[in-house]
Design a protein around this ligand. Structure first.
Ligand code: FAD
Length: 441
């Protein structure tokens, strides 16, 4: 056994559960703070929506999950399995390869139960302050509050030697800005508050974005809506009517919105819309973190962070698990969790503060040189395989043979090949079997 510390983990979603398991395996004393009354985070569907559907009012009551009722995973279950805990089809459960959200939640609940994590979690405890009080002894105060009744909260301070932040990053909406947005008279909302399509019956809807949520939502509302117009920011998009749909168009981005309800696109087309749905992603958000400016958060980017996990000046006593996207995120989180646990127990070593800072600055420098905005710092689309190999090496973890052939990019390629019906059209078991067969040759 290595060194053992008293560690606070914030959040009991996928990242927090994986982190708690790895910390416990390494012999640390773990307390997980979870504001909800169940594990699962994003995967705990909530039919309730926030009072401000656009999610810009800082005083709104937050609803954590952004799931819509019909949501089916966009990755096959093989890509949502943990290294030693596969996401299997269970008798009586959802048999689909692209599992429904209830099935993903069950997988996470089973994981928490099978690894004895439930006892480590303090449910109904929201962390409201994390602050370093003694640099020398790396003492962190974690202040949490729990509801006593309708109007009263009780708050409590405790001291920990290390804190791992796993509070998720799909809750604080990021919205699109365009001239006239604030005075446009129709209903504007963010996909964070989208649950069911019925609200859009007979409406003319403009939907901004081209990510996985936009893809699903346009197809779910088009049978009910009068018209659906998808505005896409990436260059090269111009007005087209989608084949196989009577009422679905793709446009370039919105140029401006008018007080009479008209929405004008950069391709010159104009529609008289009722609703604008912003499917424009989320911001990183750590309202509880008091780091004295050591860690800065500007919505799209958290930094400086060595390899997306450790702020060099506070390492290893503060860390983040789960910031990356456009990757097989469960795999990345699992390896980040193993790395954090091993660094704390002294079995994995971090470079010096200066070397970590230098590595982060080098990354920023390279991004700037390549004209890549800081907005993409935590996007792994073209660096996933290299990063995952690097992470696995830090914690001495053996990855399955040919694991790199099941990456975000190979999955996107298959999805594009199978077309918009990919969840039904793609025989993933067959694809995996082919990969396994090749590895035996
Ligand atoms: P979360 O699941 O958000 O968990 C964070 C936890 O922290 C929550 O339980 C929350 O209550 C708690 N918390 C937050 N703040 C506090 C606080 N101050 N105090 C105490 N507790 C707190 N990924 C896939 O792999 N496959 C998919 O198909 C997929 N589909 C997705 C679809 C949608 C619509 C969205 C939004 C995301 C999807 N993802 C998917 C990504 C998904 O976010 C990750 O799979 C994963 O669930 C993120 O886990 P997490 O632990 O980082 O965050």
């Amino acid at each position: 056994m290595g060194q053992s510390y008293k560690v606070a983990v914030i959040g009991a979603g996928t990242a927090g559960l994986l982190t708690a398991r790895e910390l416990q395996r390494e012999g640390h004393r773990v307390t997980v703070f979870e504001k909800a009354d169940k594990v699962g985070g994003t995967w705990l569907y909530n039919s309730r929506v926030e009072s401000d559907l656009l999610g810009v009012d800082p005083n709104r009551e937050i609803v954590h999950s952004s799931l819509y009722r019909s949501l089916q995973a966009n990755l096959p279950r093989q890509a949502m399995s943990f290294l030693d805990y596969p996401f299997l089809k269970k008798q009586g459960g959802d048999q689909r390869t692209f599992a429904g959200h209830e099935e993903v939640l069950r997988f996470l609940q089973d994981f928490a139960r099978d690894f004895g994590l439930m006892e480590l979690i303090r449910f109904g405890h929201e962390v409201i302050r994390v602050e370093l009080v003694d640099e020398l002894t790396h003492e962190w105060v974690v202040e949490s509050r729990s509801r006593q009744n309708e109007s009263t909260w009780e708050s409590k301070e405790e001291v920990f030697e290390a804190v791992v932040i796993c509070n998720g990053n799909n809750t604080e909406p990021k919205i699109a800005e365009f001239p006239g947005r604030e005075t446009w008279p129709g209903l504007q909302m963010h996909s964070h508050s989208y649950r069911i399509p019925q609200l859009f019956e007979n409406k003319i809807v403009v939907l901004i974005g081209n990510g996985p949520s936009a893809f699903d939502i346009v197809r779910e509302i088009s049978p009910l809506a009068k018209q659906v117009h998808q505005a896409i920011r990436s260059p090269g998009f111009r007005l087209i009517k989608l084949q196989n749909y009577d009422n679905l168009w793709q446009h370039s981005m919105i140029r401006c919105a008018h007080k009479d309800g008209k929405v004008e696109f950069q391709d010159g087309s104009v529609v008289d819309a009722d609703v604008i749905i912003h499917c424009t992603g989320y911001k990183y958000h750590y309202p509880f973190l008091k780091s004295n400016g050591v860690v800065t958060v500007d919505g799209d980017h958290v930094g400086p962070l060595y390899k997306h996990v450790f702020p060099p000046n506070l390492a290893p006593w503060l860390s983040f698990v789960g910031l990356n996207y456009r990757a097989i995120v469960f795999r990345v989180m699992e390896l980040q969790a193993k790395w954090v646990a091993k660094v704390l127990s002294g079995k994995a070593e971090l470079p010096s503060k200066e070397a970590m800072t230098c590595s982060v600055e080098k990354l920023y420098g390279e991004m700037e040189k390549n004209g890549r905005s800081k907005h993409y710092t935590h996007c792994l689309q073209n660096g996933e395989v290299e990063y995952v190999s690097w992470l696995a090496a830090q914690s001495d973890t053996r990855l399955p043979t040919r694991w790199e052939e099941i990456s975000f990019n190979t999955i996107v390629k298959r999805v594009l090949y199978c077309g918009e019906n990919y969840r039904d059209a793609w025989d993933v078991d067959d694809w995996i079997e082919d990969i396994r067969c090749c590895s035996k040759i």
